[in-house]
Write a protein that binds this ligand. Structure first.
Ligand SMILES: NC(=O)c1ccc[n+]([C@@H]2O[C@H](COP(=O)([O-])OP(=O)(O)OC[C@H]3O[C@@H](n4cnc5c(N)ncnc54)[C@H](O)[C@@H]3O)[C@@H](O)[C@H]2O)c1
Length: 279
């Protein structure tokens, strides 16, 4: 028996990265999963990756900035699987560390609308579309948050503000939807994904995995920037907390909580950020 046997989940941005990894992990835990994303090809690849569990995957194209697309996604999920137990608001973009000192007002204005449109409005609209079904099942929401929900330098001001905003949404939704729906989050740290940048800044084709490759080639990735600097950066290794928080049996009393899965950024200290391999 898996931890999510018989549960039904909807994951935004489920076609790649951590969304895809959570989808495959939830399937392995016994859930059925709808994955919403912009690219049909990516979503079909998730169905193929599910192998003999592919009958429990529903690919759905849509844009998280569209309330209609999100309502269609919730309706299609319920039509196919009969209910909705778990919502994972996850689709997002990064700002590639663009500082306020490097952008002019027009660029900031356009990029703000794009980053907040996807990262923040996308979460609000997903919850609006899903809450009635989640109330019906006494389900839960597990949001993807970020180290940038708590700390500086996980991006530039736009990304950092958008991820802080998601923490505010998590807390407010946990309040508004209690006692029927639990609302929690996983604050993931750096993962090797294809996380992209805003089109308005011409960064839509940049991927985080390319930045990882560049850092690794230059040896920068070996520096102990965070306490668990030698831990994995593959999205598959960040999925455990998503299972734990969605599990009724194991997290039935937990709401408004965030599990940081970021290698320990909050315990870096003031001297060497990690004990090092010599310990
Ligand atoms: N990769 C990291 O290091 C990292 C760190 C902290 C937080 N995160 C967060 O993790 C989440 C997932 O990102 P990822 O790293 O897996 O990257 P990713 O690019 O692989 O996943 C994001 C997914 O969202 C989809 N998406 C983007 N805009 C969309 C829209 N308007 N409508 C529908 N789908 C859309 C993309 O197509 C993609 O499939 C994001 O919220 C990101 O901010 C990532």
């Amino acid at each position: 028996m898996g931890w999510l046997e018989g549960e039904v989940a909807l994951i935004t941005g489920g076609g790649s990265g951590i969304g895809r990894a959570v989808a495959l992990r939830y399937l392995a835990e016994g859930a059925s999963v709808a994955v919403l994303g912009r690219g049909a090809e990516q979503l079909e690849e998730v169905v193929a990756a599910a192998g003999d569990r592919s009958d429990r995957v529903l690919p759905l194209t849509g844009d998280v900035r569209s309330p209609d697309d999100l309502h269609r996604a919730v309706d299609a999920t319920v039509e196919r699987f009969g209910k909705l137990d778990i919502l994972v608001p996850n689709a997002g973009i990064w700002d590639y560390h663009r500082s306020v000192t490097k952008l002019d007002g027009k660029e900031l204005s356009e990029a703000f609308d794009e980053v907040f449109g996807i990262n923040v409005k996308g979460y609000v609209l997903a919850v609006e579309a899903a809450w009635r079904e989640l109330v019906a099942t006494r389900g839960s929401i597990v949001m993807t948050l970020s180290n940038a929900s708590f700390h500086t330098d996980g991006g530039g001001p736009l990304y950092t503000a958008s991820k802080h905003a998601c923490l505010g949404l998590l807390r407010q939704f946990a309040y508004e939807l209690a006692p029927r729906v639990r609302v929690n989050g996983v604050a993931v740290g750096g993962m090797r994904t294809k996380l992209r940048g805003p089109q308005s800044l011409g960064l839509q084709d940049r991927t985080l995995e390319a930045s990882f490759a560049k850092n690794e080639a230059s040896g920068q990735a070996q520096q102990p920037l965070i306490p668990l600097y030698d831990s994995s950066v593959e999205p598959e290794d960040f999925t455990g907390p998503y299972v734990l928080l969605a599990s009724r049996a194991n997290s039935g009393t937990v709401t408004g909580a965030v599990i940081p899965a970021d290698g320990g950024i909050a315990v870096r200290g003031f001297r060497s950020p990690a004990g090092g391999a010599g310990l």
